[in-house]
Design a protein around this ligand. Structure first.
Ligand SMILES: *Cc1c(COP(=O)(O)O)cnc(C)c1O
Length: 435
């Protein structure tokens, strides 16, 4: 990797790293089809549909949407104005917010990947033991008999907080025993909430990679235990990828065109890379070169950036590069990235921004004030994207490299992917506002 980038990372500056490994979509399409195919994603969509009657039954808040957990895409004009007036810069194009921060039940993007992986495991077990067949009404999964059946199995996961919440909630609803291995960065209220649901929370004093390592080890020694492996899981990735087709429908509903003259820019916070990777992979398969996906990581945890830029993937740890520090973006505090995601996204991701906590809080307050929307610090990372269109030299370089001219840029749409926030207790959110 470029030494200048390392130096900037060491200085904890906010940067945009442009991915030199990105390829035109047609070059990667065939290989990708072999790894995660369109059919795999379609199967994942169908699994969510089969489980909708169960979800609807056990989580009444999902009744309005018939058991499908999906978030709104909204235009945030007031926020865009606030971003422009405070910086005296104009954003080219329109800014939208994808509110995974307010997904039903789990209140974060993890409701996609986490729910999918657990539901898939539950279905596999139930099929194997002749408890169900795929034509049945899956409301059956809410029965006492099923809960008793799943009660002899354990699900474990390492988490910085939100993955644990998502896996804990859905696993407990199905009747599984659940053990969540939490890193030091995990917020206390997330641990308390899980314990209140009967979930066993095991705490570690070190970082996320250690929590995953310990969880994996504990699970391996128990034949009736299943480990959700955030650093390698293809199922999590598939659950996230389902977002893409649903977003496509929302774009159509909102009359948002995506083509060469109307590029779509998407900015998603990254921890190990699973959520942004899965979502962006799905979007690339639909929109090809007309969607431009950027990840955003904390200045002190640029693990996906290091993994892809060095091509050492999961073998990097931010501390090996001397990058360290604390962040309130607990959902993004991952020292090493996913080996699977850094590989599959190497030729797809446009670039990766880094962001400081100060900037996250600035946008958290601005969003709250302008749009009355509350999200957690991690979820604000994507807001660094839209202003880069005018103020960032590297972004301009990207536009030139990709032949995006001024007209196309002014027709462009920017989606800031808000990834968590609904579950934050009020007193904690008040503290965020007073940061
Ligand atoms: C987990 C999480 C992310 C990033 O997901 P990864 O799969 O770890 O990259 C982003 N925002 C929030 C709020 C999260 O909880």
């Amino acid at each position: 990797m470029n030494n200048i980038v390392i130096e900037e990372l060491l200085n904890k500056e906010e940067i945009l790293w442009l991915n030199p490994y990105k390829l035109p979509f047609e070059y990667t399409n065939a290989l990708c089809e072999l790894i995660v195919s369109d059919n795999d994603i379609k199967d994942a969509e169908e699994l969510f549909l089969r489980f909708a009657p169960f979800i609807k039954k056990v989580f009444p808040e999902t009744q309005k949407n018939n058991g499908i957990i999906e978030s709104e895409l909204i235009r945030i004009e007031k926020m865009q104005n606030a971003m422009e007036t405070t910086t005296k810069l104009k954003i080219s194009g329109n800014v939208y917010l994808k509110q995974d921060s307010h997904l039903d039940v789990a209140g974060s993007v993890k409701a996609r990947g986490g729910f999918f992986e657990v539901l898939k495991y539950a279905e596999t077990l139930a099929l194997k033991h002749d408890k169900i067949n795929t034509n049945d009404d899956y409301v059956k999964f809410a029965s006492e008999e099923m809960k008793e059946f799943f009660g002899s199995f354990t699900i474990q996961v390492g988490s910085t907080g939100n993955l644990g919440l998502s896996i804990g909630i859905i696993s407990a609803a199905l009747g599984f025993n659940v053990k969540i291995h939490m890193s030091a960065d995990a917020k206390k209220w997330k641990k308390d909430l899980l314990r209140s649901k009967g979930v066993e929370v095991i705490e570690y004093e070190s970082d996320y990679s250690k929590a995953v390592y310990e969880g994996r080890k504990a699970s391996m020694s128990d034949p009736k235990s299943y480990f959700v492996d955030d650093e390698w899981s293809v199922n999590l990735f598939l659950g996230y990828a389902v977002a893409a087709n649903r977003l496509k429908n929302q774009l159509v509903e909102n009359k948002i065109i995506v083509d060469k003259n109307h590029p779509l820019f998407v900015y998603i916070p990254a921890g190990v890379g699973g959520a942004p990777g899965g979502i962006c992979y799905g979007l690339k398969r639909i929109f090809g070169d007309n969607v431009h996906c950027f990840f955003v990581e904390p200045c002190v945890y640029p693990s996906v950036l290091l993994g892809i830029s060095t091509q050492k993937f999961e073998k990097v740890s931010v501390s090996d590069y001397g990058v360290s520090g604390k962040t309130d973006a607990d959902g993004l505090a991952c020292a090493s990235p996913s080996g699977f995601v850094t590989r599959i996204m190497t030729n797809h991701v446009s670039g990766i921004f880094t962001v400081s906590d100060d900037t996250l809080y600035k946008y958290l307050k601005m969003l709250h004030k302008s749009e009355k929307i509350s999200v957690e610090p991690s979820a604000c990372a994507g807001f660094v994207g839209p202003l880069a269109t005018t103020k960032c030299v590297d972004f301009k370089k990207y536009l030139n490299l990709n032949n995006i001219d001024g007209d196309a840029l002014s027709n462009s749409n920017h989606i800031v992917w808000a990834t968590g926030g609904k579950m934050v207790p009020e007193d904690i959110f008040d503290k965020y506002l007073n940061y």
